[in-house]
Design a protein around this ligand. Structure first.
Ligand SMILES: Cc1ncc(COP(=O)(O)O)c(C=O)c1O
Length: 481
């Protein structure tokens, strides 16, 4: 730190205050000018590193110089996910209350591993998990834990399923024991975090069986039933089904109630991956998507995708959460003094010990918007998605590739090749004017748009639609040339 006089430690308070004011302006300016920036950078891999010294600094450097490098090198090297023309993935968003809440948790810098090490962080975590439970009308026997991501959540959920199907795995592990080969079922549209969890849990990637989906990309329950029966005949032990509410490519919804019934009959763990779509259960008009949820053993919701909380914030709900605690609770001696048995110690509910104060941001954002504010925003995103779907459906040159579901629209240039559709997305992303993504549906490349950004308006969407059509025309003429 060179800003102070003879200061061996922290920045002197008055200088720190000036830096904070400077940064407040920087944040407000960034937010104010975001629309004028390229959505994605123009840089080539390695260019950002090349513009910075490769040797670590020997002497401390002044804040001004570091901030100047942020402006000179870092900012132009960013994909601006909060840009109103960032329309890829699920179009998530940074909100003003979200940014403010992150600013409060930075100086606190607590470790919410036990109640004693951070009482307010622990109790706020329990509170916001319960607020969300109430909003989604989940029964009171669902309690939860906040992790960084859904991928981590699903691994923990399946660890409980594994422990219950193969008792003492926590203690003895899986090897050297006479255990059946487990099977986990999910649809061909489900997220790859299913396989990642199976890899981490020693069940093996191949334990995940992908069940085909129907015309609307929903898991075919009749095929699931047949597959489970066939697997039993072959000596496998069906362990769990992962039903998705809002799949990654098309936001399709598996028939959870039917799947729940099969899980009950076959005594399989039911996990609901609502990482994207689950948050829509907050809306009265989407209440129907939660049918069958009360029978689930575990449910994941990512408020960082749909409920306006900045990355990272994912909630795993478990019916009777004591089952999760039994698998992961382990108190080393050095933490015993900070571990009150009667209080919730969130370190007991997962492999992570150190934990950020994530609950603060959800608490602040949800208070700032209120349920009505959140519903109004979500309804606007749904309206925009439907509107875009109507433009595509009315077009001579494009067609919808899947029903418009929640905030996601999948479409493609009619009668054109996969390469042609990919080139549209790549050219737009390279132009810096918008950012889309592409996926494959039934082997065909499709263009994909996700509406969820608080800054995206109908005007932006119209601009994006014009850009897509204009780019398709130029790709077409350059491929003819
Ligand atoms: C349906 C679904 N499940 C799980 C995930 C993984 O989410 P995370 O990035 O929080 O691990 C995603 C990511 O987009 C997803 O779409």
């Amino acid at each position: 730190m060179k800003d102070g006089e003879d200061n061996l430690g922290e920045t002197p308070p008055e200088i720190f205050r000036q830096q904070l004011h400077r940064l407040a302006d920087w944040i407000a300016d960034y937010r104010g000018k975001i629309e004028t920036l390229r959505v994605a950078p123009d840089s080539k891999p390695g260019a950002i590193r090349a513009a910075l010294p490769s040797q670590p600094p020997e002497q401390g450097e002044p804040f001004e110089k570091i901030l100047a490098d942020v402006d000179r090198v870092i900012l132009p090297g960013m994909v601006h996910w909060s840009h109103p023309m960032f329309l890829a993935y699920f179009g998530w968003t940074a909100t003003a209350p979200g940014i403010l809440s992150e600013m409060i948790s930075a100086p606190l810098n607590v470790n919410a591993m036990t109640w004693r090490t951070s009482p307010a962080a622990t109790e706020l975590e329990t509170l916001v998990i319960d607020w969300l439970r109430q909003w989604m009308r989940l029964p009171g026997n669902f309690e939860g834990v906040i992790y960084d991501t859904a991928s981590v959540g699903i691994m923990h959920a399946l660890a409980v399923a594994r422990e219950e199907a193969a008792p003492s795995t926590r203690k003895l592990g899986l090897t050297g024991r006479d255990l059946p080969r487990f099977r986990i079922y999910t649809s061909d549209q489900a997220h790859s975090s299913a396989e990642k969890a199976a890899i981490a849990l020693g069940l093996g990637e191949e334990s995940v069986c992908r069940v085909p989906s129907d015309n609307e990309f929903r898991m075919e329950t009749s095929l699931l039933r047949k597959t489970v029966a066939h697997d039993r005949e072959c000596g496998f032990k069906p362990l769990a089904v992962i039903a998705t509410v809002g799949t990654t490519s098309t936001a399709s919804l598996d028939p959870v109630a039917e799947i729940a019934q099969l899980c009950r009959e076959e005594k399989m763990w039911l996990h609901i991956d609502g990482a994207y779509g689950g948050g829509f259960a907050v809306m009265p008009e989407y209440e129907w998507i939660a049918e069958g949820w009360s029978e689930a053993n575990s449910i994941i919701i990512n408020p960082h995708k749909t409920l306006f909380v900045p990355l990272d914030f994912s909630v795993l709900y478990v019916r009777d959460i004591e089952r999760l605690r039994r698998v992961f609770s382990l108190v080393p001696e050095y933490l015993r003094g900070d571990t009150l048995e009667t209080e919730k110690n969130y370190m007991d509910y997962g492999i992570q010990l150190g934990r950020r104060f994530r609950a603060l941001k959800a608490w602040m954002i949800w208070r700032a918007f209120g349920r009505e504010g959140i519903l109004a925003l979500m309804r606007e995103h749904l309206r925009l998605a439907r509107l875009f779907g109507e433009w595509v459906a009315a077009s001579d040159d494009f067609e919808l590739s899947a029903p418009v579901s929640m905030g996601v629209v999948c479409f493609r240039a009619k009668h054109e090749t996969d390469a042609f559709n990919s080139r549209i997305v790549e050219s737009i992303n390279q132009s810096g004017r918008a950012y889309l993504n592409q996926t494959k549906l039934r082997g065909q490349t499709v263009i994909r748009l996700g509406l969820g950004n608080i800054l995206t308006t109908e005007k932006h969407l119209r601009d994006a639609w014009e850009l897509i059509q204009e780019t398709a025309r130029s790709v077409s003429s350059s491929s003819r040339a």
